[in-house]
Design a protein around this ligand. Structure first.
Ligand SMILES: [Zn+2]
Length: 199
């Protein structure tokens, strides 16, 4: 790995907050390496810190005090300067029975995906992307993911559809150096795929 792939975990000018790598950095465009499981102490600390950052990003008061912090629902290790295959996801669902989706995944891989596509009508966002990229990001509507869950400390199989599947695909893409706007057709950004569902 080239030296440019590695960034300090903490931004010293930023009160010790995780530093978010932006899409201007080539390190966001590489294929990340798998981690050993169970996780090393260092990787467990990193994935815990990633979740902590994500949860803080959802706290309005925290964002007021740290205007550079944007709200997110997912974060991948390369976005905080570590090119390893780890992601965290957390968001409220609005469903009383299952109020929050939250994962801390190592080595996630999509083992099955539907032919049916879906997209978010307002487009996708990313903590690493400040520029505006309008257009449809089509994703597989339903996927099955295998991963090591760092909180449960065991291997898991996740079946996800719609928004849940979109977030997983967005974060797993980061581990392969892919950003959401790579999926937008430059010739026809709002092209319609018959049968695709808006979620
Ligand atoms: Zn992203």
């Amino acid at each position: 790995m080239g030296e440019f792939l590695y960034y300090p975990r903490k931004d010293q000018h930023n009160n010790g907050m995780l530093h978010i790598v932006k899409d201007t950095q080539p390190s966001l465009r590489v294929r990340c390496v798998p981690v050993d499981t169970p996780l090393s102490e260092e990787n467990q600390a990193l994935i815990d810190e990633m979740l902590e950052y994500l949860l803080l990003s959802q706290d309005e008061n925290y964002r007021k005090k740290h205007p550079q912090c944007r709200e997110g629902v997912g974060l991948a290790a390369p976005q905080v300067g570590h090119n390893v295959r780890m992601i965290v996801i957390s968001y409220e669902t609005g469903d009383e029975k299952n109020p929050r989706v939250q994962y801390q995944l190592a080595n996630p891989r999509i083992i099955r995906s539907s032919v049916k596509k879906c997209y978010i009508p307002g487009g996708e966002g990313c903590l690493s992307v400040d520029g505006v990229h309008n257009g449809r990001v089509y994703r597989d509507y339903k996927i099955v993911v295998e991963a090591y869950e760092a909180k449960l400390r065991s291997n898991v199989t996740i079946t996800a559809k719609g928004y849940d599947a979109i977030v997983l695909q967005h974060e797993i893409d980061h581990l392969n150096g892919i950003l959401f706007y790579d999926h937008i057709d430059p010739k026809d950004p709002n092209k319609d795929i018959p049968g695709a569902v808006a979620v």
